[in-house]
Ligand binder design. Structure first.
Ligand code: DP6
Length: 333
């Protein structure tokens, strides 16, 4: 006997960054964040609960996943089993159609797709908010990928408890703002520190951790207002400020994601601005730079960025839809 379901989810890129968790467990963000869910890049995931299985299994991009990734998926499946009464182990197949080296967090789309497919396979009729809360427990940025367009994930309360519900919520549809995200894939450096470890180190060692925790909600609130007003320039300036403040706090703890190429792209973005273009940069837990430009300026900005030494290739994405259930055929994994 078996029961299965499949889902598609897209990665997202944060304009105001989540960096830091509440103490007390439960993967609760200490700061609010605001992201764009990206069309054109997708994770497809299929989950099958099967009484022939002795343990949960995970296949990633056609190969058995390493034990760390398998265990993280099994934790999510344990939560689904506890909520649904489903007792069988599951086989999970997941595939990204974007390169893992692109610097786009595959954990966001990965856990969003897994949460939705697993909930449905277990017969849970949860709404997107409940699935978002489930995804957030595995990777907080994944909570945002349940929704399309521009999405907010609030900070948890300072006294948050592991069982508290915290879901992302949509703020505006994909066509709210004309924006393109140019993902400048830079030269690969040594393997980066993962987000969870990077945040932990920042919070425990950075002399600027408190400054970040105070600045982030203010930047976020202003960014939300600028987005509501469709003020591209203000959105871009605040997004770049959020990324730089996040990285400054991390760098002060010795958590350095940037390479020379990262700085070269930041320099090129500044040069674009000096020439009158609305171009702004954001950076996640890696060396790649995502450049935000009005959609109609994407082609010309791309030409400039392509010539920056250290930029290997550029992926272009735009705001898109949230996660959705699909048939196993459509998931094609
Ligand atoms: C820099 O969601 O990967 O991309 O909750 O520990 O899994 P965990 O962290 P994760 O962190 C994302 C950090 C970021 C900023 C962001 O997406 O908001």
């Amino acid at each position: 006997m078996s029961r299965e379901a499949a889902a598609i989810a897209h990665p997202n890129i944060a304009l105001s960054k989540y960096w830091g968790k509440r103490e007390g467990g439960g993967n609760v963000p200490a700061v609010p964040s605001l992201s764009i869910t990206l069309a054109g890049l997708a994770t497809r995931t299929r989950v099958r609960f099967d009484d022939a299985l002795a343990a949960d299994e995970l296949s990633l991009d056609g190969r058995p996943a390493d034990e760390g990734a398998r265990a993280r998926a099994a934790e999510l499946l344990d939560r689904v089993r506890a909520a649904s009464g489903e007792q069988r182990r599951a086989a999970v197949w997941s595939r990204n159609d974007f390169p893992t080296a692109s610097g786009l967090a595959s954990s966001a789309s990965g856990f969003a797709a897994l949460a939705l497919a697993a909930a449905r396979a277990a017969g849970l009729d949860w709404d997107a908010a409940a699935v978002s809360d489930l995804a957030r427990r595995s990777s907080a940025s994944a909570a945002r990928s349940l929704f399309g367009g521009f999405v907010e994930l609030a900070a948890g309360p300072p006294d948050a408890r592991p069982g508290d519900v915290l879901s992302a919520r949509p703020l505006a549809p994909p066509d709210h703002l004309s924006i393109a995200v140019l993902v400048c894939v830079t030269t690969e450096g040594p393997k980066a520190v993962g987000s969870s470890d990077g945040m932990r180190a920042t919070m425990s060692r950075s002399p600027y951790a408190q400054a970040w925790l105070e600045a982030a909600p203010r930047l976020h609130a202003r960014l939300r207002d600028a987005l509501a007003a469709r003020d591209f320039r203000e959105v871009g300036e605040l997004a770049e400020a959020s990324a730089l403040a996040m990285h400054a706090s991390a760098i002060a703890a010795g958590v350095l994601y940037w390479t020379g190429a990262t700085l070269d792209v930041l320099g090129a973005v500044r040069a674009l601005r000096a020439s009158g273009a609305d171009a702004y940069a954001t950076i996640d837990a890696g060396p790649h730079v995502k450049v935000l430009v009005p959609a109609e300026r994407a082609a010309s900005a791309r030409d400039v960025l392509r010539s920056v030494p250290g930029v290997r290739r550029i992926l272009e994405a735009s705001p898109g839809d949230g996660a959705r259930s699909v048939s196993a055929e459509e998931a094609a994994v």
